[in-house]
Design a protein around this ligand. Sequence first.
Ligand code: UDP
Ligand code: MG
Length: 310
Amino acid sequence: MEKISIIVSCYNEEQSLPLFYEEMEAVRKRDFDESINFEYLFVDDGSSDGTMEVIKSLSKNDDKVRYISFSRNFGKEAAMLAGLEASTGDYVTLMDADLQDPPALLKTMLTAIKEEGYDSVGTRRVTRKGEPIIRSFFARRFYKIINKISNVEMVDGARDYRLMTRQVVDAILSLKEYNRYSKGLFSFVGFKTKWLEYENVERVAGETKWSFWKLFKYALEGITAFSTMPLVISSFLGLVFCMIAFLAILFIIVKTLIFGDPTSGWPSMVCIIVLVSGIQLFTTGIIGQYLSKTYLEVKQRPIYIIREKN
Ligand code: UDP
Ligand code: MG
């Protein structure tokens, strides 16, 4: 019999989890018959509220429910990885606990894989209704930039909510990197992907865990993980400035030969020094970004640590 694994990463979701479970079970009973098995995999990402108690009571009443609990908060990427590694289903889906990923789409997704020959079905929000304007603005810019400078395609508005075959999951698990940026990993592995579009849904309860600063760092993560273009820009800037300096030297030599050397030009010198050292620091910073990622990569620390599971 075939099985679908539903992976739900939860960080302080005591309010939304019961609602999620209820809705998901309702959809399962309505849309799926007995010929398909289900498995819930709740990954508790070091929650500090009653999330674990909720998960445990769900698992007591329903043996489809499995869980993994981290020793601390490792982030959503780590939670999704732990879920994928522990999943046993022929089809695997990643969902948020806040019902922003409509369970009702699952049936359509499964049909696309089974009958239309797709390997994976992703979802994409076509609106960002209910999100702060400034956040949407930067999100749009981010997708514009990263798609210009990266070889893999990042779909604007793509969610982590998707249904995949076991083959796709295994391909993703074969990517062992420490700095995981899932949107990139999914498109890196390729396969035939269908996109379902839907209008943004606001979370049922609780609050978003993503501050602007967290998202900004996540965006940098995406760029360093999937593009080396900033390094190219650094070298290019270096070259341009060498050329400017060379021309300036020629100019000064000629000028001194013709007009002598009256000591002037101190303010312009200071401007040049400040500008050039600024650019140097900027490009060193870019190199530092990549170096720090490499540093974390070579240390080979575990991406998550499990405290308990069933
Ligand atoms: N999440 C997580 N670890 C974190 C932050 C978030 O597992 O460090 C989970 C969270 O519980 C939720 C999902 O990731 O199920 C998406 O988080 P959220 O709804 O806060 O993000 P948003 O939908 O606002 O982008
Ligand atoms: Mg959410």
